[in-house]
Design a protein around this ligand. Structure first.
Ligand code: 5GP
Length: 210
C-alpha cells in the first residue's frame, strides 16, 4: 500500500447525553489503531465503572483552575454544573505524526476549537432517534440519580439546538449504520488534500517516472 504522509484529524463528536456518542466512540476506537481518545479532565465524580485515566482524569476544582491558568487546556467548559477540559498535551505531536484524535466534548468546547484549530477539525453532531429514546438511554444507564437524569433531559433541548454548528450530522437510530457513517466521515477527512502532506513528493516521484 502506498503510504503517504499526512497530518492527523481532530475528530469531534458531540451530542446530547444519551444519544449514544460514548458507544459509537468506543466502537470506533476499538477498530482503528490510528485513532486515540482525548481523555478530558473533569471535576465530576466518577460514575460506577469509570476508571481514572481511562474515561477521564478526575481532578478537583483547584487543580482544574490551575490547568486553566497555566494554559494546559485546549478548551474548557462547564456542563451540568461540572467543569470539563481537554488537555493540550500530546495532541499536536499526534497530529504531526499522522495520528488522529477523537474528542467527546460539548458544543461549547467545539466552538472554542473552531476558533483555535479550525484547519485540523472535523466535527460531527450525533442526533438521537427521538426524545423518548434519549430518556430511555439516560434512565437505563441507571447510574445517575433521578435529579441528574431530569437535569440532563432538560439540557438536551438546548444542546440539540447546536446541531447546525457542525460539519456533519449523524442520526443514531441504528447503531451499526451510525458507526459506519462516522467511519466514512473519518476516512474522507483523512483524504482531504490539505492533510496529505506527502502528496507533493509523491507527485514529484510520478513526474520523475517512479
Ligand atoms: P458526562 O458527564 O456525561 O461524561 O459528560 C457530559 C458532557 O460533557 C458530554 O456532552 C461530554 O461530551 C462533555 N464533555 C466531556 N469532556 C469534555 C471536555 O473536555 N470539554 C467539553 N467542552 N465538554 C466535555
Amino acid at each position: 500500500m502506498t503510504d503517504i504522509k499526512r497530518r492527523g484529524v481532530m475528530l469531534v463528536l458531540s451530542s446530547p447525553s444519551g444519544a449514544g456518542k460514548t458507544t459509537i466512540s468506543r466502537r470506533l476506537l476499538g477498530a482503528d489503531d490510528a485513532l486515540k481518545l482525548s481523555i478530558s479532565v473533569t471535576t465530576r465524580e466518577p460514575r460506577r465503572g469509570e476508571v481514572d485515566g481511562v474515561d477521564y482524569h478526575f481532578i478537583d476544582r483547584a487543580a482544574f483552575d490551575r490547568q486553566v491558568t497555566n494554559g494546559e487546556l485546549l478548551e474548557h467548559a462547564e456542563v451540568f454544573g461540572h467543569c470539563y477540559g481537554t488537555p493540550a498535551q500530546g495532541v499536536e505531536d499526534r497530529l504531526a505524526s499522522g495520528q488522529d484524535v477523537l474528542f467527546d466534548i460539548d458544543w461549547q468546547g467545539t466552538q472554542q476549537l473552531q476558533r483555535s484549530a479550525r484547519a485540523d477539525l472535523a466535527t460531527i453532531f450525533i442526533l438521537p432517534p427521538s426524545v423518548g429514546e434519549l430518556e430511555r438511554r439516560l434512565t437505563i444507564r441507571a447510574q445517575d440519580s433521578d435529579a441528574v437524569v431530569r437535569r440532563r433531559m432538560e439540557g438536551a433541548g438546548r444542546e440539540l439546538d447546536h446541531w447546525h454548528e457542525y460539519d456533519y450530522v449523524v442520526i443514531n437510530d441504528d447503531l451499526d449504520r451510525a458507526i459506519n457513517e462516522v467511519r466514512s466521515i473519518l476516512t474522507g477527512e483523512r483524504l482531504r488534500r490539505p492533510r496529505r502532506l506527502g502528496v507533493p513528493d509523491y507527485v514529484k516521484g510520478l513526474r520523475a517516472g517512479g
